[in-house]
Design a protein around this ligand. Sequence first.
Ligand code: AMP
Ligand code: ZN
Ligand code: ZN
Length: 411
Amino acid sequence: MIRTLAACAVALSLAACTTVAPVPAPAVATILVSIDGLRAGDVARGRMPNLDALARDGVRAEGMRPSYPSLTFPNHYTLVTGLRPDRHGLVHNTVDDARLGRFTMDDEVAVGDARWWDAGGEPIWSSAEKAGIRTATMFWPGSAAPIGGVRPSEWRPFDESFAGTARVDTVLGWLDRPAATRPRLVTLYFEDVDHAEHDRGPDSADAEKARQTVDGYLGRLRQGLAARGLAGRVNLVVVSDHGMATVAPGHAVAVEDMVPADVATNITTGQSLGFRPLPGREAEAERRLLGRHDHYECWTRATMPARWHYGANPRVPPIVCQMDEGWNGDRAAKIARRPAGRTTGSHGYDPALPSMRATFVASGPSFRRGVVLPVIDNVDVYPMLARIVGVAPQPNDGDPAALLPALRDAR
Ligand code: AMP
Ligand code: ZN
Ligand code: ZN
């Protein structure tokens, strides 16, 4: 009771928590949509009419803090496990494992190899399938691997060339199935916004165009649901994995200038950089790297800021350097190839930064209407999803009370 009241108190409207809501019709399905890289600040601005309509008819958060590091694979897997990357094991987009070797996002074999994903927890689709609840994924990091021995009933290898409209139509086709074979949990993923923001920056005309394109996909989805008599009977949970920051021309540090390659091996580049000292060079690597530098700061795994919940997993490299907002750490050769004078975009910065805040919007029979939540943590999405899908949640890092103010049956 006290937990429920506390959860209600964080909602903007306390009244919404105390009124008796009509008994909601059970949802036919829940669709979890990811718009990669969509900033919290792009919602409810009148620029994405379909997303804004969902927020008006349902719930939106003022923002959603990603988990560290604020990158695509770690955070997509956090959203479906409720575990911090340090606990689920996808500790970066690029991961070195002493036994398994190297994981990269574009390595189809690694992405489909459950040993990378089985290191901790279980995605909600695996738990659902084991409980006899059908699931289907129109792309999601992890969905191509048989995690816990199970894949979604439907899944596709990631394919950027598969058009957004076709992704939407595929999902609608799944919902056309008879109840016995219709999936009750579906994922849907779009990379357009992330791509455009990286290329020209989040405030560019290209990024704006990509946001409108993806909003059009949401419109197609809403219309498709309405045409099937499913408007108001399907939960739509629209999230992103992280926000995006502007990177000014020339804002790059070469990893070769951070530490020489014969002192420490560079494991990951970008914004959260990992280094492994060569045997016998540990003290020198630490002397050169640890502490504050222009545009970045480095720690050992054991001394990373506690609020990042990062460093206990053996896959985290011995030294981690975090770039300041708006700066990239890359190999000199890559920096040299970058078009001069171009403003770009990056994420991977401190999850506490407003620019890194991700999107959370939810609408449908399980959700209240017109609720605006304060900034939430992305680990809290999983226990809410488990609840509305009817799956027993696995142990996780989320707070099941955090999103109760969003739900109709918040008992
Ligand atoms: P990043 O911006 O580097 O964190 O990664 C984003 C990129 O990950 C997207 O642009 C996609 O191309 C890629 N991506 C997203 N989902 C998947 C997936 N399921 N499998 C492989 N690559 C993916
Ligand atoms: Zn992303
Ligand atoms: Zn990205």
